[in-house]
Design a protein around this ligand. Structure first.
Ligand code: SF4
Length: 339
């Protein structure tokens, strides 16, 4: 984004930017100096202005757990960013990207929230997680889907909107908007902006409790932007677009898994404008360092029972499959030990 702005401000023809993007998308060039298609003076100018490296991220650690690969990237500022790729047997890959280093919203189930916000990632740093040459060097295709479920609250970072534009731009990442999921704990004003500017992007709203008091204990942002305000945004969105939206429900043993929680959650969904377009994804809590030490993971039977209870009440619900829990790579619950 900054490179395009700089080139256009200095009167450099558009095709030069496309040459930079083409080098970005390939795996050969590491630095601006490596882009042979550019005139030497332009290579030097870009190196001086943006630093020598073409990509703002460097992979510093990689962990594998079966079908899951977690990569720790270092930004030039020193911030650490985690990206997770799930390689599904069906032959497609799903990537979970981070939008912030740390996070300032303090959800009590989340290790990242325990760290606090270090900073918002730039649009280039977000898109670099998807476009990084390490993937092409490993012979991997671009991911079939990208989820903003890594570290950070995506909608608290205004740069996410530029990142979405780049990821869906045919001349850049070229991803279909429907293959991108933005997950939010409920940053209502930017949720409204998201569905207005990118109506085809898939939305997941974290509910985690149907009761405002209890939800505020789990997701403190409830006090600023209540769940009801976020659901109003989604009600209007599904009526306009007829797109399905997802409600995430993190099941924590003894906290939000009772009959009263189940009944209230089902009632909340039934009261929606188009309840058939709201799908509840039940996620098993995964004990994480830095999260509330009293929280416990439910067993598989409890999770399945909760899902069946919702279905028995006429709600579309499934259990979200989680890969890579042994490397703390469950999407949305990334470990923040590096920070
Ligand atoms: S769950 Fe998301 S919004 Fe909440 S603290 Fe963690 S990263 Fe931030």
């Amino acid at each position: 984004m900054r490179i395009r702005d700089h080139l256009s401000a200095t009167g450099v023809p558009d095709f030069r930017f496309r040459q930079v993007i083409s080098a970005w998308k390939g795996s050969a060039a590491e630095t601006f100096a490596d882009i042979q298609a550019l005139p030497p003076a332009l290579r030097s100018d870009l190196s001086e202005r943006f630093g020598p490296r073409l990509h703002p991220l460097t992979a510093v650690e990689v962990q594998h757990d079966g079908q899951v690969e977690k990569v720790l990237f270092a930004a030039e500022s020193g911030a650490r960013i985690e990206t997770v790729v799930s390689h599904y047997r069906a032959g497609w890959d799903s990537m979970c990207v981070s939008s912030q280093a740390g996070c300032g919203l303090g959800c009590t189930f989340c290790a990242t929230g325990a760290v606090g916000l270090v900073r918002n990632l730039t649009a280039d740093e977000i898109t670099a997680q998807v476009m990084h040459p390490r993937w092409t060097r490993e012979g991997l295709p671009r991911p079939a889907s990208v989820a903003f479920m890594g570290m950070g609250e995506a909608l608290a970072n205004p740069h996410v909107f530029d990142a979405l534009t780049l990821l869906t731009d045919a001349g850049y990442a070229g991803l279909a908007a429907r293959r991108i999921t933005v997950s939010t704990v409920g940053f209502a004003p930017n949720l409204a902006r998201l569905v207005a500017e990118h109506p085809q992007v898939t939305v997941t709203l974290s509910v985690h409790s149907p009761f405002p008091e209890q939800r505020a204990e789990i997701i403190p942002l409830e006090r600023r932007y209540p769940l009801a305000e976020n659901l109003d945004v989604l009600d209007r969105h599904v009526v306009m677009t007829r797109r399905k939206v997802y409600l995430a429900y993190l099941l924590i043993a003894g906290v939000n898994d009772g009959d009263a929680d189940l009944a209230a959650l089902a009632g909340l969904v039934r009261r929606r404008s188009r309840p058939e377009l709201f799908h509840v994804s039940v996620i098993r809590y995964n004990e994480a360092a830095g999260a509330d030490p009293t929280y416990r993971a439910p067993n598989t039977r409890q999770v399945d029972g909760f899902v069946h209870g919702l279905r028995a009440r006429g709600i579309h619900a499934t259990r979200r499959r989680q890969l890579g829990t042994t490397i703390d790579a469950a999407c949305g619950q990334l470990h923040a030990r590096y920070l």
